[in-house]
Design a protein around this ligand. Structure first.
Ligand code: ATP
Length: 359
């Protein structure tokens, strides 16, 4: 294990208490409460404009709060300058110094802290080892690929042994294959250095595959906090369900509720679904299901007219419309022609029912 490993640096709890940030009358952060345990990998997930970057910049100290407080290891840090917080930052745009070689870029933060000479060289070497760039140390950023440049930015962030590493969509500029590789690398680096990581993304797969806990945000507020499994299987509301891939929503009415199961009348028949939130018989409700779990099956089911289909390797996926115009994303074992009449059925145990009407 490289000498950059400093498990103690990650042993401080980060507490966000009622964080608020407004721009004029607009509340970009509208009361964020979150306790992050030492060494945790947290993903902030949400649509564009929900306040993820604002939250990250407030934690870094690049943006002042307009309310609330931030504590690290119990001590208030929200009044401190960014340098005094000592957090590592990685941005989508890499933000490297173009005229400095890789070694100097990585060493910059150390120089700012007055760490020079043999100690600095040893730590730079360790950080370059961590991101597997030892052989590129003398190159300028412009001579590296996008993925390599982002590795330099990561090395620069972790070389100062930060208690918290903040990453803002670091993989967005990379191609799909590299993104997959880098996910595993970033999680591996997190595990090795023992820091706390807060990772901003709008990509559900990234959050699910990397994080210990995911914080789903919308409109400056937290919608739900949970492990990837919790969020994937049991989203609390339709906003989170949407982010977790439950694309098809079908309006209906609750017939009966028994424990966590409900029966729902929808156009085309009666379906069973897992209850999310408070619902009672007679309530209007929304059935929510993932496209891969709503299957075209001849016979009984939701009547639908096929609008389009696309082949995705293992199966065909399509968009159909119900008689009332509801858009239905579904899966099929075969290509169905546009305009064809079909029937769609949720696979057992896959559908959720929400009583709320919002989102
Ligand atoms: N300096 C600013 N002045 C005014 N409004 C701002 C400013 N910075 C951010 N906002 C607004 O605050 C909201 C949250 O922005 P933020 O960048 O945090 O969103 P985000 O979730 O990170 O989105 P994205 O994924 O697109 O970066 C947006 O509506 C944005 O327009």
């Amino acid at each position: 294990m490289p000498a950059t490993t400093t498990p103690d640096r990650g042993r401080e709890r980060l507490e966000l208490r009622d964080l608020r940030r407004s721009f004029g009358s607009f509340n970009a952060l509208d009361g964020i409460d979150l306790t992050i345990e030492p060494g945790e990998f947290i993903a902030l997930l949400g649509p564009s404009g929900c306040g993820k970057s604002t939250a990250l910049n407030c934690i870094a100290g690049l943006l002042a709060l307009t309310g609330g407080e931030i504590r690290l290891g119990g001590a208030r840090i929200d009044q401190l300058e960014p340098e005094r917080r000592g957090f590592g930052m990685v941005f989508q745009s890499y933000a490297l110094f173009p005229h400095m070689n890789v070694r100097k870029n990585v060493g910059f933060g150390l120089a700012m802290q007055g760490i020079r000479g043999a100690e600095a060289n040893r730590r730079i070497q360790d950080a370059l080892g961590l991101v597997r760039l030892e052989s590129q140390a003398e190159k300028l950023p412009g001579q590296l690929s996008g993925g390599q440049q982002q590795r330099v930015a990561i090395a620069r962030a972790v070389v100062i042994r930060p208690p918290v590493v903040l990453m803002d969509e670091p993989l967005s500029n990379l191609d799909a294959k590299l993104r997959l590789e880098m996910r595993a690398d970033i999680r591996g680096i997190h595990d090795q250095i023992g820091s706390t990581t807060i990772y901003v993304t709008h990509d559900q797969d990234e959050a699910l595959s990397m994080a210990d806990r995911i914080v789903v945000m919308s409109e400056g507020r937290i919608e739900q906090i949970g492990t990837p499994q919790e969020l994937y299987q049991r989203p609390d509301n339709l906003t989170v369900a949407d982010f977790m891939g439950f694309r098809t929503r079908i309006p209906g009415r609750v017939v009966s509720v028994a424990g966590s199961e409900a029966e729902l009348d929808i156009e085309g028949g009666r379906v069973r679904a897992t209850v999310r939130g408070a619902i009672r018989p007679g309530d209007a409700a929304t059935l929510s299901v993932r496209p891969e779990d709503l299957v075209a099956t001849p016979g009984e089911g939701i009547p639908a007219t096929v609008e389009s289909m696309e082949y995705r390797g293992r199966a065909w996926f399509g968009l159909a419309s119900a008689p009332d115009g509801t858009r239905l994303y579904f899966r099929s074992g075969e290509a169905l022609p546009r305009g064809a009449a079909t029937t769609l059925t949720p696979t057992p145990g896959s559908a959720l029912v929400f009583g709320e009407a919002r989102a």
